[in-house]
Design a protein around this ligand. Structure first.
Ligand code: NAP
Ligand code: ZN
Ligand code: ZN
Length: 362
């Protein structure tokens, strides 16, 4: 899914580089440490962005540990980036210095395959370029947003409103679009009974969007102490998935389940909570494969599907929707020196509900 290859294509080359400061993991599972590197100076279609805030996604942790076998070290994580444009290339039309902008999980794609033509760059068949641990078309490795600046082609830069607090906007660039996109694709609206499985970074945004779209929202959680938060975030109901009685009561209840869980769990238990013709969509990416008997789908025509982030047009739509509906992430802003303890807390499920790095602390 994320497989990419360094490609030799006809590409514009940068004429120089800019010294850049960041934090990187030098090898699998090592702590992040300060890391100096070079980024290209803007090419004609590039935007250079001074990074103000960067969210901390559970995928950053999967990458640092090489959970998915595709990490490139040194690895500078970060794909929930918000900042100000500091410089633009000669041909840039959409942005000017001083604009507030965002960058999510992708910084390029083939741009010619059917998915790219449809604005679904996340499903690019020619090979998209991840914001970090990816290869640019000129073969250079990408470094992410735990850094003071980034240079990105204008087509992969999003407009961000100044009306919302920017530290709370940063997580929309991954956690936001990853939950918005499937809820939109499966046309969630009033009358639907929706479950959000796992109340973390993705899950808390899923609750906000599903409630904004008019659905009845239930949070399914392993953490009984999150009930009050779930209701504050907009959930109507809350169930503890370790409690057999509560699980039994939800049999055949939901039209739609959005599964955001990062750790191994029993998909079959949740499939049993779907109504006839209901759909469960995985966005969480545990490493281990799951065993799902066909019986659990065939009887009652249930669907199990997946969804990956969102394309550029839909990411802009989501940011605009958040501006007009005053939706942002619930965040704890951290100093970049505390990033390793933030990961420890994320592993202990002690995040409410997204860490965001204040990049002025770099
Ligand atoms: P997170 O903030 O750590 O939240 C994950 C939540 O999963 C936790 O808050 C917890 O919620 C629940 N959980 C943890 N361990 C569990 C267990 N053993 N059994 C059941 N539930 C458990 O992580 P995140 O940043 O939201 O990311 C979640 C997953 O989505 C990660 O695997 C990440 O890589 C993936 N992701 C996918 C995409 C995509 O495009 N598909 C994009 C971004 C991230 P409760 O306390 O409520 O149980
Ligand atoms: Zn992410
Ligand atoms: Zn493509």
């Amino acid at each position: 899914m994320f497989m990419q290859e360094a490609k030799e294509l006809t590409v514009e080359r940068s004429t120089g580089t800019t010294p850049t400061k960041g934090y990187a993991a030098k090898a699998a599972s090592e702590n992040l440490v300060p890391f100096d590197f070079e980024r290209r100076t803007p090419k004609p279609h590039d935007v250079q962005i001074e990074i103000l805030y960067c969210g901390v996604c559970h995928s950053d942790l999967h990458f640092i540990r090489n959970d998915w076998g595709m990490s490139i070290y040194p690895l500078v994580p970060g794909h929930e980036i918000v900042g100000k444009v500091s410089q633009v290339g000669d041909h840039v039309k959409k942005f000017k210095p001083g604009d507030t902008v965002g960058v999510g999980c992708l910084v390029d794609s083939c741009r010619i395959c059917p998915s790219c033509k449809d604005g679904l760059e996340q499903y690019c068949s020619g090979g998209f370029v991840l914001t970090y641990s990816g290869y640019e078309k000129d073969g250079s490795v990408t470094y992410g947003g735990y850094s003071n600046q980034i240079v990105v082609d204008e087509n992969f830069v999003l407009r961000v409103s100044d009306k919302l607090p920017l530290e709370k906007v940063a997580p929309l660039l991954c956690a936001g679009i990853t939950t918005y996109s499937p809820l939109r694709y499966w046309k969630i609206e009033a009358g639907h009974k929706v479950a959000i499985l796992g109340l973390g970074g993705l899950g808390h945004m899923g609750v906000k969007f599903a409630a904004a779209f008019g659905a009845e929202v239930t949070v399914l959680s392993t953490s009984p102490n999150k009930e009050q938060d779930a209701k504050k975030l907009g959930a109507h109901k809350f169930a503890v998935t370790k409690d057999e009685e509560q699980v039994k009561k939800l049999a055949n209840y939901f039209d739609f389940i959005l599964d955001t869980v990062s750790a191994p769990h029993d998909y079959n238990m949740y499939l049993a909570m779907l109504k006839t013709s209901g759909t469960m969509v995985c966005v969480g990416l545990p490493i281990e494969p799951a065993v799902i008997p066909a019986f659990n789908l065939v009887f009652q025509r249930k669907s199990l599907a997946g969804s990956l982030i969102g394309g550029l047009p839909e990411t802009q739509e989501m940011l605009d929707f958040c501006e007009s509906h005053n939706i942002t992430s619930d965040v704890e802003v951290i100093n970049i020196r505390d990033i390793n303890s933030a990961y420890e807390r994320m592993e202990r499920n002690d995040v409410k509900y997204r860490f965001v790095i204040d990049m002025s602390t770099l």
